[in-house]
Design a protein around this ligand. Structure first.
Ligand code: SAH
Ligand code: SF4
Length: 404
């Protein structure tokens, strides 16, 4: 994939598939990999060792060819290559923001697409991963919620987003010290808790100590409040929890987030209070998009403090200036009001930083993700790429950025 420094996409034309019926092992967990290796006639007493070796090469070193697996004997390598491939989905478009944010539009084998965003900061690099194509829910302020096409991503497709980002960032050379993706947030397209099993499996692969080795403390899963799965998330995956709150009264929350009809504020906040592993050193994050005239009054800020105290929640609040998208009915709150809101919550003893929007110039900020090519034909994309290449000397405007 070619990427132009100006942020203009380069369209890659599809190629014929030379891989036949070979099984793609990228995204298999350890047990599945072992089973696959056992199934191709590798001698039984070697299966465990070969599985560890292949696992190391695929997930720790990022190789995509069996020839590179130097400690695997030549005949086993040949057997592996006869039956398997290690193949990433295609990046159809990659855009760079002037603030360093990178957005990848990824096309899966069935032609569906999702976006992944990399956000570099001074002390960390965060990868924002999608869990669905589109989203099961339709929050009114969220661009993803307007997508018609929805399906869950498989575990392999979720893991592949991490692999692709590490490829693009050149991170495999020095997999532990040279990390550029230090954190993962499940905050891309989709509601991760409506795809629980695949998200769990993918995160287990990413956390594996002989593979990508990302600590659960560096992974945050964001939910719109799917109460029945919140406890499971803490118990079975053990990652940090972020909850999209966005309103402090049921009528307002139901209006902007239809899921609130099913799981209202009281239920969501009770589930937060019971979240396994939440304590002051590991607080729950409440995300709160600042929508002008909807949820941003002083009274809303005071009510937020009251609720967090009432449920005795070890919590911090991320105030997200609303990121606009074409056709939205909402506006971002005035800066002064966002500041006042933050001050009131801080005065209540709760941390409430205002997130700097990241990657807005490439529509990569919170709530802006939507496969831009959703309804575009390949010819249209190619025309756009040509026009973009012609205009590549144009300056891309600066935006400072902000995914949570
Ligand atoms: N579906 C999950 C994960 C998406 S996370 C969830 O809703 O929690 C993305 C975060 O950005 C969520 O908190 C979401 O509510 C918020 N968001 C959505 N649209 C936004 C917008 N236009 N501006 C700012 N934040 C937005
Ligand atoms: Fe889905 Fe989250 Fe967007 Fe709501 S905010 S539509 S749950 S991605």
């Amino acid at each position: 994939m070619q990427i132009t420094p100006s942020g203009n996409p380069v369209v890659v034309s599809p190629r014929a598939n030379p891989d036949g019926d070979k099984q793609n092992i990228l995204g298999l967990d350890r047990a599945e990999l072992k089973e696959a290796i056992a199934g191709i006639g590798v001698p039984e007493k070697q299966v465990k060792m070969r599985t560890s070796q292949v696992w190391h090469w695929v997930y720790h070193r990022g190789v995509s060819s069996f020839d590179d697996m130097l400690n695997v004997s030549k005949d086993v390598r040949a057997k592996l290559a006869d039956h398997f491939i290690i193949k990433r989905p295609e990046i159809v478009e990659a855009q760079y923001s002037n603030d360093g944010t990178r957005k990848y539009l990824i096309r899966f084998a069935d032609g569906n697409e999702a976006e992944t965003v990399y956000i570099p900061e001074e002390d960390r690099g965060t990868l924002c991963i999608s869990s669905q194509v589109g989203c099961t829910l339709n929050c009114k302020f969220c661009h993803t919620g307007t997508m018609k096409l929805v399906r869950n991503l498989t575990a392999a497709e979720i893991v592949a987003q991490m692999m692709i980002a590490r490829d693009d960032l050149g991170e495999w050379e020095n997999p532990t010290e040279g990390r550029r993706v230090t954190n993962i947030v499940m905050m891309g397209m989709g509601e991760p808790l409506y795809n629980f099993d695949n998200v769990k499996k993918a995160l287990e692969i990413v956390m594996d100590e002989e593979g990508i080795q990302l600590s659960k403390r560096r992974i945050t899963l964001s939910t719109s409040g799917v109460v029945p799965h919140m406890e499971r998330c803490g118990k079975e995956i053990g990652v940090n929890l972020a909850v999209s709150l966005h309103a402090v009264r049921d009528d307002v929350r139901t209006d902007i987030m239809p899921i609130n009809k099913k799981y209202g504020l009281e239920e969501v906040l009770t589930a937060c209070a019971n979240y396994p592993g939440a304590h002051n050193a590991r607080r729950i994050t409440f995300e709160y998009a600042m929508l002008k005239g909807v949820n941003d009054s002083d009274a809303d800020a005071r009510e937020l403090v009251r609720l967090i105290r009432k449920y005795k929640l070890p919590a911090k609040v991320n105030l997200i200036p609303f990121n606009p998208w074409p056709g939205t009915e909402y506006e971002c709150s005035d800066w002064d009001q966002i500041q006042r809101f933050s001050d009131i919550v801080y005065e209540g003893g709760i941390s409430a930083p205002i997130r700097t929007p990241r990657g807005r110039d490439i529509m990569a900020a919170c709530g802006q993700l939507k496969s831009a090519s959703e309804k575009k034909s390949k010819a249209e994309l190619a025309r756009e790429a040509a026009a973009a290449a012609a205009a590549s000397s144009d300056a891309v405007h600066h935006t400072s950025t902000g995914l949570t």
